[in-house]
Design a protein around this ligand. Sequence first.
Ligand SMILES: C[S@@+](CC[C@H](N)C(=O)[O-])C[C@H]1O[C@@H](n2cnc3c(N)ncnc32)[C@H](O)[C@@H]1O
Ligand code: SF4
Length: 449
Amino acid sequence: MQPDPFDEFFRHAPPTWGLEPIREAWCALGPRYDVNQWRLPLPPWVHRSYDYGGAQAWDMLRHDLALANDRQPFCIYLHVPFCSRKCGFCDSYSFKLGAHIPERIAGYVERLCYELQLWSAQGSLSRRPVSTVHLGGGTPTYLGEAALAQVIACCKACFATSPATEWALESTVEALTPGMIETMHALGFRRLHLGVQSLQDEVRTIIGRRRPAAEALERIAATLARGWIVSVDLVCGLPAQTLTGFVGDIEALIAAGVNGFSLYELLIYPQNRRWAERWGLTRRDHLTNYFTFMAGAQTLSAHGYTKNLFNHWADARDENIYFTFPTRQEDLLAVGTIADGVFGDFHYRHPPYTPYLKAACGGLPGLEGGLRRTAFESWLQPLRTRVLSGHFDARQVPALLDEWQAHGLITCDAGGAHLTNSGSWFAGNMVHELTELLRPVFAGQVYSG
Ligand SMILES: C[S@@+](CC[C@H](N)C(=O)[O-])C[C@H]1O[C@@H](n2cnc3c(N)ncnc32)[C@H](O)[C@@H]1O
Ligand code: SF4
């Protein structure tokens, strides 16, 4: 007889973990929700091509911005693609600068500032409230203190940031030096997304982290002591990672006072496939990652962390303003390589590094293309966003509700439907089902009048 995969996987787990809810969640999935077939929620241009090329998209955006409400808040996202090295496991758009590093950083910062200035001259954008400025990457702290200060000064000069604006960035432990923490604090940063990935030093070495786990905990303590909100990224499915190690990492980070946790399963794309092959990960069964993810998520739920995004667990202080901007119907000004933004129903995106540097000049922000949401996409957008945020009005999808509840993806109460931890794994599948179910409903409404 084949051993039961659940018993097999959790055979060394301490009885205090209370594993029954995880077994129940797994059993409830049945054949309909296959752990190996989970889907990522993807942006619109993955499903269809742009409606407009970069220059035309810019014309559309300028037209829309001239008519936009000058009191509507928006977020700013700045992408910095540089890192001190390219980690083998990484699927982000990021790379190591081989030569002329100071010149290339200076050149990129110049392009970012050029773009920020162009946007700020459009309509009332320079007067509209800015809810958050988030720098992602790559590793924005790799810019160094002076270049970071230059970009932030430009943002402040171009837009109506205020004491209410949240300043946030993503960093590795390595690039978050004490000097950088001080500079960031002086610039107004009060939110950090730290790429911890794992606290197990063996795993850290394999994935190319040069600093030991103890240093990650030191940096967390230093930033929490300054009153920052600290969120960490953890990945399950990394080589040499153990179940007790993953859950132990979460417990240690909770004990350290971390406010938010983003949990990812290791994704394998062409850019990290060779590394994944080397570690024998390409023909993996996702079930062990699902169990690991569930054990981590259950630990977070048991400590009172709640979801405000499908893969993010937050305490009461962590409002996660950038990730949750669509729930507040805010716009997103995105600047820099591959950054994608949205104003109203218009989505746009930037190209990678070389074409971006070439295109961001002569009065153009260097866009790759854009598309306007269709009437159906706009109609669906609020509900889609709510599902991905973990809480939604259950009355809007009665046909799926029973299915999702029966399969343990949601629970319902007077406040509506809430994604369970198992639902977090399948959030992309749920959005897909929602889209397929509601497309004919929308068409029928339009047809009938
Ligand atoms: C844009 S990266 C920037 C983080 C920062 N440079 C660092 O390494 O700490 C944001 C997060 O994406 C996650 N990530 C990167 N590669 C991944 C992959 N192949 N699968 C799943 N998550 C990944 C990591 O958790 C990482 O912290
Ligand atoms: S994991 Fe972070 S540091 Fe490593 S290559 Fe990716 S973005 Fe850069």
